[in-house]
Design a protein around this ligand. Structure first.
Ligand code: DGP
Length: 115
């Protein structure tokens, strides 16, 4: 999608600190980390949010979680724990309208999941 920041990152038009890439999925460090480890995992196919997912995307979403598992181990947060966050829409605080999964860890996170 032309005006999408994450599509520009996928195309290499905007630089990013990549941690994983294959033909369908990209993972890179968040520009504004909220914890020592803050990585975004995105499908290369443009989907605005969780609400754009269809039956055909079930394998893709499963693959994203397998990659989250791999990255958590590589980043050494598998034993200490971490959070996977997917914001959706206005009330969910979604700023970038390209489906993304935040991996947040490397410190003890608050127990509240919303404020
Ligand atoms: P969300 O609020 O869930 O839409 O989170 C969007 C995240 O994307 C936010 O934590 C900051 C990050 N972000 C926005 N623009 C860029 C960028 O150009 N590069 C990188 N690496 N991260 C970005």
């Amino acid at each position: 999608m032309e005006d999408c920041i994450f599509c520009k990152i996928i195309k290499g038009e905007i630089p990013s600190n990549k941690v994983y890439e294959d033909e369908e999925i990209l993972a890179f460090r968040d520009i504004n980390p909220v914890a020592p480890v803050h990585i975004l995992v995105i499908p290369k196919k443009h989907l605005n949010s969780v609400l754009d997912l269809n039956k055909e995307d079930e394998i893709l979403v499963g693959k994203i979680y397998t990659i989250i598992n791999k990255i958590a181990k590589e980043e050494n947060i598998d034993k200490t724990g971490f959070r996977v966050v997917v914001n959706c829409g206005e009330d969910g605080g979604q700023e970038v309208k390209h489906l993304h999964f935040h991996i947040i860890g490397g410190k003890k996170l608050g127990t509240k999941i919303c404020e």
